[in-house]
Design a protein around this ligand. Structure first.
Ligand SMILES: NC(=O)c1ccc[n+]([C@@H]2O[C@H](COP(=O)([O-])OP(=O)(O)OC[C@H]3O[C@@H](n4cnc5c(N)ncnc54)[C@H](OP(=O)(O)O)[C@@H]3O)[C@@H](O)[C@H]2O)c1
Length: 343
C-alpha cells in the first residue's frame, strides 16, 4: 500500500456525509470519491465536499488506487456491497448493522476471510468519549462485578430517510438502533449472551403504524442481565437521548448524554461526576479530536497500517446482530429465545 490511504464512500446521506467529514480530518487519508444511486445528486454532493463523484460502484472496485471502501448506504445493501468490495481486494468498513440476517453476516465474514482484507463494522458507540470513559471505569473495577445493565436510546423517528420505516430494509428499531447498546453491553460483559426476551411494539400515542419501541432483556453467561429500551416514537422536539446504568457489586455508573456532566459514579463512600477528558462538554457536539467518527475511522486506519484486527470485526459484530435478531424473533413468538440462533 502507498503511504496514503485512499478511501471511497458509498452513500452520500447522513452517515456518508458524517464519515467523509471525519475521513478528511485523518492524517494520511484521502477521500478519493463517493458513489450514490442518483448521479446528479452525487455530483452536487461531491462538489460540496471537494471530492470526485463516481458514476458506478464498478469504477470504485476497479480503481487500483482505492484501498478502503466505506459503506454508508441503507442497511439492506450492506452485505452485498461489502462482499463485492472485499472480493475486489478492498478493506471494508460498513455501517452498523452489518447485515439483516445471519446468513448475510456469514457471507460477509467469509468474504473477508477469503480475501485477507480488513473488515470493520462501524459500531461508533465504542468511540464516544463518554462511553469510552465508562469502559475505562469498568476496566479499573470502579464498580466491581457488573450484575445489571440498563440502557435507553431514543428520540423521534429518523425521518430524514423513509427506508428506516420499512422493516425489511432497516430491521426496525430493535435491529437498527438497539444494536448500539447491545454491542456496548456485550463488550462490557465478560461472556456471551445466551437468552433474549423482547417485545417490539408501537407508540400507543402516535398515529404511526411502525413498530417503533423495543424493550429487550438479555441474559449473559456470566449472570449479567441487560435491559435495553430503544425508541423511534418520541416527538420531534424530544432530544436524542442516550442513557446507561451499570449496577455492580461495588457501585453504580450512570451515563446521561443530556446532562452537562454526563457520567456519575456512585459508591459506598462517595458520588463522583465526570465529563470525559477536559474539554467543555456539549451533548452530541463533539469537538475534534473527540469526534467519535474520527476516532472510529482512525482505529480502522491503525488496524490496516499495523495489520491488526479491528475491535468490531465481522465475528464480534455478528454477535450483536444475532442478539437483535433474537429480540425480533422473541417478540414475534412471545417467548424467550435461546442463543445461538439457527442460521
Ligand atoms: N452510527 C450511527 O450512529 C448511525 C446513524 C444513522 C444511520 N446509521 C446507519 O448508516 C447507514 C446509512 O444510514 P443514513 O442515515 O446515512 O441513510 P441515508 O441518509 O438515507 O443515506 C443513504 C445513502 O445511500 C444512498 N442509497 C440508497 N439506496 C441505495 C442503494 N440501493 N444503493 C446505493 N446507494 C443507495 C442514498 O442515495 P439516494 O438518496 O439517492 O437513494 C443516500 O446517499 C444505515 O445502515 C444506518 O443504519 C448509523
Amino acid at each position: 500500500m502507498a503511504d496514503k490511504i485512499h478511501v471511497a464512500v458509498l452513500g452520500y446521506g447522513f452517515m456518508g456525509s458524517t464519515h467523509i467529514d471525519a475521513w478528511q480530518m485523518i492524517n494520511g487519508c484521502i477521500v478519493k470519491g463517493v458513489w450514490g444511486r442518483d448521479f446528479s445528486k452525487t455530483k452536487q454532493f461531491a462538489a460540496e465536499k471537494g471530492i470526485r463523484a463516481f458514476p458506478s460502484l464498478n469504477e470504485i472496485l476497479d480503481d487500483r488506487e482505492i484501498d478502503v471502501v466505506d459503506i454508508c448506504t441503507p442497511t439492506y445493501t450492506h452485505a452485498e456491497y461489502a462482499v463485492q468490495a472485499l472480493k475486489a481486494g478492498k478493506h471494508v468498513i460498513v455501517e452498523k448493522p452489518m447485515a439483516l440476517s445471519l446468513r448475510d453476516a456469514d457471507r460477509t465474514i467469509h468474504a473477508a476471510d477469503k480475501s485477507g482484507m480488513k473488515l470493520m463494522v462501524a459500531h461508533v458507540l465504542r468511540f464516544f468519549p463518554d462511553y469510552m470513559q465508562v469502559k475505562k471505569m469498568v476496566e479499573e473495577e470502579k464498580i466491581g462485578e457488573i450484575c445489571q445493565a440498563r440502557a435507553f436510546r431514543g428520540g423521534p423517528f429518523p425521518a430524514w430517510s423513509p427506508w428506516f420505516g420499512d422493516v425489511v430494509k432497516s430491521g426496525g428499531v430493535a435491529v437498527d438502533t438497539a444494536i448500539h447498546d447491545v454491542d456496548f453491553i456485550t463488550w462490557i460483559s465478560s461472556s456471551t449472551a445466551h437468552r433474549v426476551y423482547a417485545k417490539i411494539t408501537r407508540n400507543v400515542n402516535s398515529d404511526s403504524s411502525k413498530y417503533d419501541i423495543a424493550v429487550i432483556n438479555i441474559r449473559y453467561g456470566d449472570g449479567l442481565i441487560a435491559f435495553i429500551e430503544a425508541s423511534w416514537a418520541h416527538p420531534p422536539s424530544f432530544p436524542f437521548t442516550m442513557k446507561l446504568e451499570l449496577d455492580g457489586t461495588k457501585g453504580v455508573i450512570a451515563l446521561d448524554n443530556q446532562s452537562p456532566v454526563p457520567i456519575s459514579l456512585y459508591t459506598k463512600d462517595a458520588n463522583h461526576r465526570y465529563a470525559p477528558e477536559s474539554l467543555p462538554w456539549k451533548p452530541m457536539i463533539h469537538p475534534f479530536p473527540l469526534d467519535p467518527f474520527y476516532r472510529e475511522l482512525s482505529h480502522f486506519v491503525d488496524c490496516i497500517r499495523r495489520d491488526e484486527n479491528p475491535m468490531t470485526d465481522g465475528r464480534v459484530s455478528r454477535r450483536s446482530l444475532e442478539i437483535c435478531l433474537a429480540a425480533v424473533k422473541s417478540s414475534e413468538i412471545g417467548k424467550p429465545v435461546n442463543l445461538p440462533l439457527e442460521v
